[in-house]
Design a protein around this ligand. Structure first.
Ligand SMILES: Nc1ncnc2c1ncn2[C@@H]1O[C@H](COP(=O)(O)OP(=O)(O)OP(=O)(O)O)[C@@H](O)[C@H]1O
Length: 299
């Protein structure tokens, strides 16, 4: 076997991926490669197709069209050996309430050829004090930590995390980010969906935005939306009170010239640098407007 080409092949590769539910195209022709060792964040509004995409890649759902390769295997045909190489944290956990945290993890660890040490995993997700507690008695955030623990105990090459920190308090989220960085340092490839843009920015080497089943943008998190979307916006009011707005790379120069022209301090002057969230929301709005126009043209 040519191991060089295997290790250089992307961890995930999809072309023209589609999933149709009746009239709904949940995934509508997505092309994407995720490199080995990369952390990739999938962003997008509710119902955009993130979970469907991830579940197809996990082998949980069958695609309607296109091609998919995950660790070199078609996920629709992945066997046990392939499954042991991936880790999955679903949106809703599948733990059994009567077992303790430690029992459940030890049970899962036993299913993998090279599991991590159960107590180390418990410590890594901050559940030391709950190791002997029945799962039914855990809080929502603690259950989510257990979900993450179950996802990593098999030492996966590729880890899928579907909204992993929903329900975490801010401290738990930060601890989780540290854990993910550690997994990344060990070489784990990570594909996560999240509604938290700060999480995507903290963890993602790259991010993609899915809207209406289509990947509308993909790139390094801090380049999403393109350079144009990051140009500062200057807002002020003219002498007659009318609102003015200009985008410029040289806001100081513009403000100076506006002040000179008005002969006074410009009213309600603001210089805004669009945040990642502003850029994301603009992309979602623009894609929504485009979809409406296409639908109106069709009608
Ligand atoms: N089993 C199903 N049967 C029919 N439609 C489905 C099914 N699962 C998902 N859908 C639809 O497919 C679309 C994409 O759903 P998906 O769960 O992938 O979105 P998402 O981006 O993960 O959303 P969220 O952020 O809310 O988790 C939605 O319109 C949803 O209603």
């Amino acid at each position: 076997m040519d191991t060089t080409s295997t290790s250089e092949a992307p961890a995930v590769s999809i072309r023209g991926l589609r999933k149709q539910y009746g009239d709904v195209a949940a995934v509508d022709g997505i092309d994407l490669d995720i490199a080995r060792g990369e952390t990739f964040a999938l962003l997008g509004p509710n119902g955009a197709g993130k979970s469907t995409t991830i579940e197809i890649l996990e082998g949980y759902r069958l695609r309607t069209g296109g091609d998919a390769s995950v660790l070199g295997v078609d996920p629709a045909r992945g066997g046990l050996e392939w499954k042991s190489r991936i880790g999955i944290v679903l949106q809703s956990g599948t733990e059994s309430g009567a077992m303790t945290v430690r029992e459940q993890l030890a049970h899962f660890a036993g299913l993998y050829p090279h599991p991590r040490d159960v107590d180390e995993v418990i410590a890594a997700v901050g559940l030391d004090e709950k190791a002997r507690t029945r799962i039914a008695k855990l809080s929502g955030g603690q259950r989510r930590r257990l979900d993450v623990a179950l996802g990593i105990v098999g030492r996966p090459e590729l880890l899928f995390l579907d909204e992993p920190t929903t329900g975490f308090d801010p401290e738990a989220r930060r601890e989780f980010w540290d854990l993910i960085r550690e997994l990344k340092r060990e070489g784990t490839t990570i594909l996560l969906t999240t509604h938290y843009l700060d999480e995507a920015a903290q963890l993602g080497d790259r991010a993609g935005i899915i809207i209406g089943g289509k990947l509308v943008d993909v790139g390094p998190v801090h380049e999403l939306g393109g350079a144009e979307a990051r140009v500062p916006i200057v807002r002020w009011r003219d002498r007659d009170g009318s609102p003015r707005e200009t985008r410029t790379e040289r806001p100081a120069e513009l403000v100076a010239s506006v002040a000179r022209e008005l002969g006074t301090e410009p009213a309600e002057l603001e210089v805004i640098r669009p945040s990642l969230e502003d850029i994301y929301l603009d992309l979602v709005r623009a894609a929504g407007a485009e979809t409406r126009e296409t639908e109106e043209a069709r009608a």
